[in-house]
Each structure stands twice: as structure tokens, then as C-alpha cells.
Write a protein that binds this ligand. Sequence first.
Ligand code: DP6
Length: 358
Amino acid sequence: MVEQDFVFKKVQLVSGVSSYESPSNIALVKYWGKYGEQYPKNPSISFTLSNCKSVTKIKYRPKKDNEINNFLFLFDGFLMPSFNEKIKQFINRISIYIPAIKYHFFEIESYNTFPHSSGIASSASAMSSLALCFMEIEKKINLKISKSYFTKKASFLARLGSGSATRSIEGPVVCWGESEAFNDSSILYGTTFRNIAPIFNSYQDTILIIDKNEKKVSSTLGHHLMESNPYAENRFIQARKNMSKIKDVLIKGDLDNFIKIIELEALSLHAMMMTSSPSFILMHPNTLSVINEIYEFRKQTSIPICFTLDAGANIHLLYPVQFFEKTQNFINNKLLKYCFSKQYINDHVGIGSKIIEV
Ligand code: DP6
């Protein structure tokens, strides 16, 4: 499909309420570097999560002539002026694909099920839930819309809000960006990869909160720093190769190679930030301490637990559900002391977003 296929020209005035919940996701092969209007420089693939999600509700009605703004945004029940610019930009971008939006006013309410200031990236869950709510408006005008088009376009619109949000509409594993390994992959929207070994359907992700502070570098700035990073081209080649490797690993349930790829991806992402100009060290000293504890624990127990990182200090511990108890003991005995206020969140692989009846 091409961009033009996502333009729905019909304009009709409607009113109603739509509401969706959408989870966060954790990338296995990382998206880092973008161009144009939210196209990724390399393909990426992620586990869709379950418990860490955003819940969004939009009340929509025709816009009055004297109304200057076309939306009001409340987060946790409060006005959040700092989010307004991002939402305004998102609404402007998606108006090209659903022109009816321009003639409506939106009262948007959203909250996250995870603590706002936990340092967990919320743009994926927030933007995907928002995109789904807007798609529900298109559905109200276009009664014949198919389920598969709805899902694809929701992912397409989510991308215009935040790249990683593209991968949060469905689960358990979603890939985004053109990859030779994944036939139907696209830079425009996410595609679900279902051919995975059963062990991954219930994979656990325990997020250790190491640092609660705001990100030192916004992802948008981080992505753009790749334009002048001397190692960027090799990184994009590496990511493409890792997509092929991870496909095999996911199909076979090959945990040894899973661990190798996942940890290398996390460290390569941070290496890119360390070698950009200006450079950023986004790990905290405790991040390194936890990584060393994981290496040691894995060596001692042969439990196939590994770590990954986003563009921050927090650690995602990935492991099969059968090792849940042993991993919780490990966290309590060895890792809790490195966590901010001893905080961590147990999450697991999930199947994606859900409509909320209103
Ligand atoms: C490190 O999706 O937050 O989490 O497109 O600018 O909103 P924008 O970036 P964003 O980047 C996330 C990058 C990452 C890796 C990943 O999720 O693939």
C-alpha cells in the first residue's frame, strides 16, 4: 500500500465518543534514526506489552465557527500545556488522511496505567491509543471500512505521532520498516508476526525503574543525531541483519541467540548515543551494576534471562514465564537496591490494543 491509499476524503459532520486502551512495546531490534515524515532508517521489531498502557477517550463534535483551537487535552484529569504542541502537530498531520478532522472539536482525556514520571516511554501507548480513537471517527463516516484496513491505518496514523507507536496496535510481535526477512513489512505501518515459538507468547518483561527523571535527550533529537553519526550506516546494516537473525530465533525459540541479539541491540543503541555529537550517556551507574548482576546470575543458574534498554537508564528484564519465581527472587535479593525507590513493574507480552465501550 502507498500513502495515497490512506486518504479518506469524505467529510461529514458527526459527534460521539470513542475510547481505546493501547499498550507500550519493547523493541528487540531498535528503531534509531528517521527521515521525512516519520520514516525509519532501519526496520525494527518489538514485543507488544500488556500492563503498561494508555487509556484515551475522545468526545468529538462539529467545530463552532468562533472556535480557534480544535482540541482540549486532559492528562490524568489535568490540563497539560507541555503536551499540546505534540498533539496539535499530530492532529495536523493526520488531517491529511482524515480531512473531516478539520471540521471537528475534540475533548481528549488520557491516562497511563504506569507512573507518569517512571521514565517509561509513554509515546508509543499514548499515540497509538489516540490514533485508534481518531480511526473510530473515520469508521463512523465510512461504514464499510474493513477490520484489516482499520488496523493498518491506525498503525499508519500512530506512526505520525511517534515512530514506536506504529508497533503498539497489535501483538504479540510487530515489525515496522522494510526488511527482506519479513515479506509484508512496510515503512508506513506495523505488521504482526505470528509465526513465533509458543515460549514467546508468554514472555515476561520486568521493568526495573533505575532513574525516574525526564529523558536527557528527546527521541526526536536522538534520531536526528544519527544523521551525522559516523557509525550510522553500519548501524543500519547491523539492524537489518539482526532482523533476519531474530526472525529465525523467534520461529525456533532459540533462546541463546535471542539473548545475544537482544543485548547487542540494546548496547548498540546506547553506543550510537555515546558516539553522536553532542554525545549522551543515558545509562546510570546502577544500569551497569544491574547488567553485571544479570551476567553473573545467568552464568550461575543458566536461566535464560537477558536485558534490553530504551533510550534511558531503565532496564527491561526479558525471560520465559517458567522462571518467574526465580527471577522475582533474584530481583528482590540482588537488584532492588539499584532501583529508584525499589520500584519495578512486572509486564508480559500481550496482544495489543482494545476498544473500550462507552
Ligand atoms: C529507543 O518512537 O520515541 O525506543 O518517532 O521521535 O517519537 P519518535 O521516537 P520514538 O523512538 C523510540 C526509540 C526506541 C527504540 C524503539 O522503540 O524501537
